[in-house]
Design a protein around this ligand. Structure first.
Ligand code: ZN
Length: 201
């Protein structure tokens, strides 16, 4: 399956590169913690002290911050076609919101937050549990780091998340469609150069 051509995604609201100001960092931290983000993830994204973040997490969520490791990679996190479809939806939205001016930052935490909230607002999870904010962070990290990619499906003309170390190969939408009894209609379309997303991450 051919990789999509490079394109720089536009960010709706671009945060300036470099260290966050205190107010900006705290605003971002509270928003991420409100979605249940791990304290370690929020510390990485904002620089706010771990002890402070732990207290905020407890206050916002009514429980102590969870401990234990996160999944090592998106490949180990995405185990079913339904999960892969959810990951693909978030991945496409994140690519659209990633700020390419982040300089040396490996990821765009504001883009992550905006994309995650938009992903949740679409309400498409159905019987599948939606990605958590921590899952979204892992996926965004791996898309940036090359352990995951947005590949183009020439059959259903959609982008989907492919992971390097995962067990799932190919397009989740086509797999779910076929599982539901849908007939394959091979469209043989090339990836649209102008809207390709991968290189923006
Ligand atoms: Zn497909």
């Amino acid at each position: 399956m051919s990789a999509p051509a490079p394109c720089r995604a536009r960010a709706r609201r671009r945060a300036p590169p470099g260290p966050l100001g205190r107010h900006q960092a705290e605003t971002l931290a509270l928003a991420l913690l409100g979605h249940g983000a791990r304290v370690g993830v929020v510390h990485w994204a904002t620089g706010v002290k771990l002890e402070v973040l732990g207290n905020w997490f407890r206050h916002l969520n009514g429980r102590p911050p969870p401990r234990g490791p996160l999944p090592e990679s998106s490949g180990s996190m995405v185990r079913t076609r339904a999960q892969q479809a959810q990951a693909s939806l978030f991945g496409v939205i994140y690519a659209r919101h990633y700020n390419p001016d982040m300089g040396g930052r490996a990821m765009d935490p504001w883009g992550l937050l905006r994309a995650y909230e938009l992903y949740l607002s679409l309400g498409t999870a159905g019987r599948t549990a939606p990605l958590s904010i921590n899952d979204a962070w892992i996926l965004a990290r791996d898309l940036r780091g090359g352990l995951a990619s947005l590949d183009w499906c020439p059959d259903c003309l959609a982008y989907y998340v492919a992971t390097q170390d995962g067990i799932l190969v190919g397009c989740p939408l086509c797999a779910l469609y076929a599982r539901a009894g849908g007939k394959s209609v091979r469209a043989h379309q090339r990836a649209p150069d102008a809207s390709a997303l991968q290189a923006s991450l």
